[in-house]
Design a protein around this ligand. Structure first.
Ligand code: ARG
Length: 258
């Protein structure tokens, strides 16, 4: 497909693909009911951009490797991607670096909710400061009830049309996979597979534009914002790629690169 078409598809991909068919009011960007934070509160958070526009969040694993959701970079050639680190504004500040290579999970594809994980290799090293740092990967899937936080530049309201200018964070609770599946997702025939974890908290949630970003417990990366039905809807938890489940896959690639 010509590049211009791929670009037109981008906003659509980043807002709706993982949800399957576009459905009513789910098409929208920013953490819902979070609070503004400074980048030093989440120095691993980056904004992933195409032609100067924020499309997704990501997290710094090392000075050259960013982790994000596969659906964020599906169909996007590396040469169009940039990463901004070290700023609470996606539009300016910090360091803006080109992406050299995209590594999507090999089994990402037919079902865009599954294996929703990708790594970006940067063309230059990030220089670590108090605003730019890496995050460690969780070794174990977090337990139900644990306190977690999610951050990003996504929509503040489910039916908003734009993301947030500044970085927001919301604190949530982990829900185990089985209870998550037993929520409204069972009725909707949405499958919460192994490799996914969920989190929710009353009126707080991630939303469109937060995808690819970090879900963090005790300063460790436990999840990647992946999908949900709407944002902060009762009985519809946010679903995240389970980092512990993909740890081996991540390390295989990171070791080979570094
Ligand atoms: N797929 C969305 C994105 O591309 C993220 C959805 C997260 N939704 C949620 N309710 N937690 O930005």
């Amino acid at each position: 497909m010509p590049i211009s078409w791929a670009l037109l598809l981008l906003p659509i991909l980043s807002t709706t693909t993982v949800l399957g068919a576009r459905r009513g009011s789910q098409s929208n960007f920013r953490i819902i009911n979070g609070t503004p934070i400074s980048i030093s509160d989440a120095p691993w958070q980056v904004s992933i951009q195409v032609l100067g526009y924020h499309i997704c969040g990501g997290s710094i694993l090392s000075s050259k490797i960013i982790i994000t959701a596969a659906h964020c970079v599906f169909y996007v050639p590396a040469l169009l991607l940039q990463v901004r680190a070290g700023s609470k504004y996606w539009k300016d500040g910090g360091q803006l670096i080109d992406v050299a290579q995209v590594k999507r999970h090999a089994n990402y594809g037919t079902d865009p909710t599954k294996n929703d994980i990708a790594l970006l290799r940067l063309s230059q090293r990030l220089y670590f400061t108090r605003n730019i740092d890496r995050i460690r990967l969780a070794k174990q899937t977090p337990e139900s009830g644990e306190k977690a936080s999610v951050s990003g530049w996504g929509q503040k309201k489910e039916n908003a049309t734009v993301g947030s200018r500044d970085l927001h964070m919301a604190s949530l609770r982990i829900i185990d996979r089985k209870s998550c599946q037993a929520s409204n997702y069972a009725k909707l025939r949405k499958i919460v597979t192994e490799g996914m974890i969920c989190a929710e908290s009353g009126d707080r949630d991630a939303c469109q534009g937060d995808s690819g970003g970090p879900l963090v417990v005790d300063n460790q990366l436990v999840g990647i914002v992946s999908w949900g039905i709407g944002c902060a809807r009762k009985g519809h938890p946010g679903v995240y790629t389970d980092i512990a489940y993909y740890r081996k896959w991540i390390f295989k690639y990171v070791r080979r690169q570094e």
